[in-house]
Write a protein that binds this ligand. Structure first.
Ligand SMILES: NC(=O)c1ccc[n+]([C@@H]2O[C@H](COP(=O)([O-])OP(=O)(O)OC[C@H]3O[C@@H](n4cnc5c(N)ncnc54)[C@H](O)[C@@H]3O)[C@@H](O)[C@H]2O)c1
Length: 416
């Protein structure tokens, strides 16, 4: 079977528009941002480009970050160091929360209790117990709630997911994902070590490195990519075995500087037979080779995904995808592999891949797109957000079970 590029996109069943367009006559939504550090500033800058949003207030309890937030938000925004005062005084319709992980639950619950719709950064909560309680509260409140896993808003990932769902890579057999970088994660402290406040400020700025505030690489990076695995497979993992440690950055940190995980997902094939998909996930702080990608491998092809580009590599002997009837380079270059024999081509790890088809979607900005979608749901009071509380709960459980496996040195089952 030959599939032209047009049918290829149609089969995937995806709307190519990168973001929902809101109508100009819609009333503006009064939004406040709580936590204006690194991520909060990114979100704030994106929010100020959305016409339908008025940023009415910003809050941070660290003055330099509050100052930065106020600058990005503009003169109409009031500043607060205590978010409860912000909620009391401004009564925003929606809040965007980007505080450290250990505070997610408390701040989100207080905002929901104040009647706000909530956009909460990933990972949803610091513990599964908190995530379950927050889920119950969100559902009872009927407030609009979205977790900041922006791949869910990314046009490339949306199309790739639709391609997998449409069977274009066949039966998914394996997933490989990693987030590798060469960066200590440690932030400099702007006061001398002799200062009595040094330790407090160090913990505040480097919260990611300490277990009381952070769940390390899995929460900060793995949450995005294991959510892709859960989303594409349409389920959560059954169990995980993981190993991690501090092998290089021995600087007093408590979270691992590298982790390797093997997740197992139980699925059913086309004939209803159960089978297992294994997902390998690694994250490193000391080698950036391969960067951040996900590879979804199926019996008919593999999807190699990044936020900027998606590539489809086809397996030899499967349906041929061609560009408007052009010669199929992927097919011509593909390796011939016969059972039980390793052919010469496989000694060259690149040769068998062939020429991939690119997922060519107009450029977008997934951070902005996720906020546009959130604001649109707030405007329509539609609780079915692109990354709802159940997605957040499943993602949270998925990443925390890996940390637990490292600590216990054993397989850990999905907790519910
Ligand atoms: N989706 C993404 O791609 C992405 C990227 C980076 C970070 N994040 C998430 O965003 C969150 C924040 O991360 P970050 O990198 O911006 O950290 P950060 O340390 O740069 O910013 C957190 C801010 O919260 C402030 N804060 C702490 N306690 C507060 C309180 N009680 N009231 C008000 N403000 C308070 C801190 O002073 C700081 O300015 C984390 O959950 C992180 O995982 C998401």
């Amino acid at each position: 079977m030959s599939i032209t590029r047009r049918t290829f996109l149609e089969t995937a069943g995806v709307t190519l528009a990168a973001s929902t367009v809101l109508r100009a006559e819609d009333a503006t939504i009064r939004v406040a941002v709580i936590g204006t550090g690194g991520r909060g500033s990114d979100l704030l800058r994106a929010l100020t480009t959305i016409d339908e949003v008025t940023v009415v207030g910003v809050c941070d309890d660290y003055p330099p970050h509050l100052e930065q937030g106020a600058k990005y938000a503009g003169p109409q925004a009031k500043t607060f160091s205590d978010y409860r005062k912000l909620l009391d005084e401004l009564k925003p319709q929606a809040v965007v929360i980007a505080v450290p992980l250990y505070l997610h639950y408390k701040v989100a619950v207080d905002c929901l209790s104040a009647g706000c719709d909530v956009f909460l950064e990933k990972t949803m909560c610091y513990t599964v117990d908190e995530a379950r309680k927050l889920t119950a509260q969100v559902l009872a409140s009927k407030r609009v709630f979205q977790v900041g896993l922006q791949r869910r808003a990314n046009a490339i990932y949306k199309q790739a997911q639709a391609m997998v769902a449409a069977g274009m890579i066949g039966q998914v057999v394996s997933i490989k994902a990693q987030w590798h970088r060469n960066n200590s994660w440690r932030r400099p402290i702007p006061i001398p070590k002799s200062d009595a406040n040094w330790l407090k400020l160090e913990r505040k700025l480097n919260w990611r490195l300490y277990k009381a505030y952070s769940a390390g690489l899995m929460a900060e990076l793995g949450s995005h990519q294991m959510d892709v695995a859960n989303w594409f497979l349409g389920t959560h993992p059954k169990r995980v075995m993981a190993s991690g440690g501090i092998e290089y950055f021995r600087d007093g940190r408590e979270v691992y500087d590298n982790i390797s995980c093997l997740y197992e997902y139980e699925l059913k094939d086309a004939k209803g037979q159960p089978y297992t998909v294994r997902a390998n996930y690694t994250s490193l702080c000391n080698n950036a080779y391969e960067g951040a990608t996900e590879l979804i491998m199926g019996t008919k092809g593999s999807l190699y995904l990044t936020s900027e580009k998606g590539l489809l590599f086809q397996e030899k002997g499967t349906d041929v995808v061609s560009w408007e009837g052009g010669k199929n380079a992927a097919d011509a270059n593909a390796a011939v592999v016969t059972a039980g024999k390793t052919l010469k081509l496989s000694n060259d790890p690149w040769a068998h891949r062939g020429t991939p088809f690119e997922i060519d979607i107009a450029e977008g900005n997934d951070t902005r797109d996720e906020l546009v979608s959130f604001v649109d749901h707030v405007r329509r009071q539609d609780v079915k957000t692109i990354c709802d509380v159940n997605v957040g709960l499943t993602d949270c459980a998925t990443i925390l079970m890996a940390n637990q496996s490292v600590e216990r040195g054993s397989w850990i089952n999905f907790p519910f």
